[in-house]
Write a protein that binds this ligand. Structure first.
Ligand SMILES: NC(=O)c1ccc[n+]([C@@H]2O[C@H](COP(=O)([O-])OP(=O)(O)OC[C@H]3O[C@@H](n4cnc5c(N)ncnc54)[C@H](O)[C@@H]3O)[C@@H](O)[C@H]2O)c1
Length: 341
């Protein structure tokens, strides 16, 4: 197969390695406006060839395209891929604004071209096992789901400025995991946030953003979801999900690399080293995700994360953003009604 890759920043460069590692990917066609980013990928990946821009890439007769460009570019790039008939996997979130996400949803709904949204936890073996445990009934009725994403260090200020805020950029992983693992939709969100007092003002406060947030989710059957995020977790990258039921409880992410130090006397678990970031903690999930996307592009399997499905996560992020800004619970119905959707 010949696969395109648009955007070669932090995650695009990582996806280049993952895609090039798939045996059935014979050629990787890449583009990024930053020539140093292109040179770095071309220099280390023999299968990669560069083209001038996304339009040239989408006109190259590719079997599929992975969109890993900055969030603000997602909506235009997804619509361009669909218009050219090129199956696409776009990194989360669907778009930088709700209006753009709704426009993408409408464009994709009118087309047969598959568009997969990149939520890698759906492919992490431990998250898959947690979902299976819920579905099998082994846990009994679910009372509580806790989902945690703690980044070790904030991205650059310029990235944060275009990220849409922590709920749309980071918490979406947790919102999506809670929805996907339980099979339930979020109906109400009560969120709050804090700003790192040591960070330069322009990083968070200038954009009305937060560095540490928490969100309480009420799911359709009354189950409570508890989401926790920070941009600065000193011990490492912490991605975890606990599901508690009336019969049993399971957790994904409790491995030796969990970045927590037990204060229990005599306990040496977890032995470390702690996970550093998504590149090590989720490497296997990304490898599976990219492999599945090539199968989606080839028409061999169903799309595991459609735009319509990922919109449930988008609505949750919109409600969380409004909730934290106004210090009150916000229903999904309220944000949907306000958008006119
Ligand atoms: N799934 C995950 O765990 C995960 C992790 C990190 C980032 N992401 C997502 O991936 C995307 C990129 O994040 P990043 O951390 O790599 O950001 P980044 O700022 O490091 O890189 C973005 C790259 O996109 C390029 N770019 C911007 N506009 C473009 C356009 N119109 N066409 C082509 N290239 C363009 C930039 O030049 C830059 O090289 C974001 O949407 C982010 O939400 C997902």
């Amino acid at each position: 197969m010949r696969i395109g890759l648009i955007g070669l920043g932090r995650i695009g460069a990582f996806h280049a390695t993952t895609l090039a590692g798939l045996e059935h990917v014979e050629e990787l066609v890449v583009t990024d406006p930053v020539s140093a980013a292109v040179d770095a990928v071309i220099g280390r990946i023999g299968k990669a060839r560069a083209v001038a821009d996304p339009a040239a890439l989408l006109a190259d007769g590719l079997d599929g395209v992975v969109i890993a460009a900055a969030t603000a570019a997602h909506a235009d790039l997804i619509r361009a891929a669909v218009a050219q008939g090129v199956p696409a996997l776009c990194e989360k979130p669907i778009a930088g604004t709700l209006a753009d996400a709704l426009a993408v949803e409408a464009a994709v709904a009118e087309s047969d071209v598959p568009v997969q949204i990149g939520y890698p936890r759906r492919f992490d073996p431990a998250f898959v096992a947690a979902r299976d445990a819920v579905r099998s009934g082994a846990l009994g009725r679910i009372t509580t789901v806790r989902s945690t994403t703690l980044d070790p260090a904030p991205p650059p200020a310029a990235y944060l400025a275009g990220s849409g805020g922590v709920f749309r950029d980071c918490s979406v992983h947790d919102f999506d995991a809670v929805r996907w693992v339980t099979g339930q939709e979020v109906v109400e969100v009560y969120a709050t946030g804090a700003v790192d007092p040591d960070a330069p003002h322009e990083m968070y406060a200038a954009h009305g953003d937060h560095s540490t947030v928490s969100a309480l989710l009420t799911l359709s059957d009354g189950t409570i979801g508890v989401v926790s995020n920070t941009r600065t977790n000193g011990r490492g990258y912490d991605v975890r999900l606990e599901v508690h039921g009336v019969k049993d409880a399971v957790a994904a992410g409790l491995d030796e690399g969990l970045p927590l130090r037990s204060t229990q006397p005599g306990i040496s678990w977890p032995s470390g080293p702690a996970h550093e970031f998504f590149m090590d903690r989720l490497a296997e999930a990304f490898r599976i995700e990219m492999g599945v996307f090539t199968q989606v592009a080839a028409g061999e399997v169903d799309n595991p994360c459609t735009v319509a499905d990922a919109m449930g996560t988008t609505w949750t992020a919109e409600a969380a953003t409004l909730s934290a800004a106004e210090h009150r619970p916000v229903t999904i119905e309220e944000v949907r009604a306000a958008s006119g959707a």
